[in-house]
Design a protein around this ligand. Structure first.
Ligand code: GRF
Length: 218
């Protein structure tokens, strides 16, 4: 069975969505370990509550970013992790980790990439004035939110949206598409060619989630 290692820096609601998906049997995988760079992360409590090993590993305690990621990679390899999931991990991961998990690290980003990479994606979307935003699950490469896209969900942006209201609308879809993308990986259905991810046996309207669908007659 696929073993998952989760990296998270904060609240961990996506981590929780993954835990729940495993619990219900939707996701046939095991969350082996949580690694956090923040000793105050609420994600640690979620790990504790669910019997998942939680490790605090802070970059400040290592000689360089590369040695930090070597140590993180060691922990994941030691536990037989086959997929690394960045669930609100607020750092750009580096080569020592990426090289050991080629096309086996996933990230969730709260915008429709390649629009609005980096921090505060929802704020960026509102300031830019886009009418549709959403979230993206992608494989991680060395860039900032630049790796191959696996699945996206789109949500409307309304004129009276705030960063908070848009974030909340997007988050609901994050919690749906992240476990789904992991499930596709666990089932061996993701094939990466260059920067294009093909989903074997793609189900239209499920593998790309658009909300709200147009009503008939619109
Ligand atoms: C999410 O919006 C995710 O897209 C972004 O960071 C946030 C993490 O939220 N990368 P949570 O910690 O999973 O609740």
């Amino acid at each position: 069975m696929l073993k998952i290692g989760v990296l998270a820096s904060g609240r961990g609601s996506n981590f929780q969505a993954i835990i729940n998906a495993v619990k219900t049997g939707y996701l046939k995988a095991r969350v082996e370990v949580l690694i956090t760079d923040n000793s105050a992360a609420y994600a640690i409590k979620r790990a504790d509550d669910n019997g998942i090993a939680g490790l605090v590993m802070r970059p400040a305690d290592y000689a360089s970013p590369d040695t930090y990621y070597e140590a993180v990679a060691d922990e994941l390899v030691k536990r037989g992790v086959g997929l690394v999931v960045l669930a609100g991990f607020m750092r750009v991961v580096r080569k020592p980790l990426i090289d050991l998990f080629p096309m086996s690290i996933m990230n969730i980003h709260p915008a429709l990439l390649p629009s609005f990479p980096g921090l505060h994606a929802q704020r960026q979307a509102i300031s830019y004035g886009v009418k549709i935003s959403g979230c993206t699950v992608h494989f991680v490469d060395e860039g900032m939110d630049t790796g191959p896209v696996i699945i996206q969900a789109a949500v409307p942006v309304y004129c009276d949206d705030t960063e908070e209201s848009l974030s909340e609308r997007i988050l609901e879809y994050e919690h749906r598409i992240f476990p789904y993308a992991i499930r596709l990986f666990a089932e061996g259905r993701l094939e990466v060619k260059g920067r294009v991810v093909r989903i074997q046996g793609q189900v239209k309207d499920k593998d790309v989630v658009v909300n709200p669908p147009l009503a008939k007659g619109d």
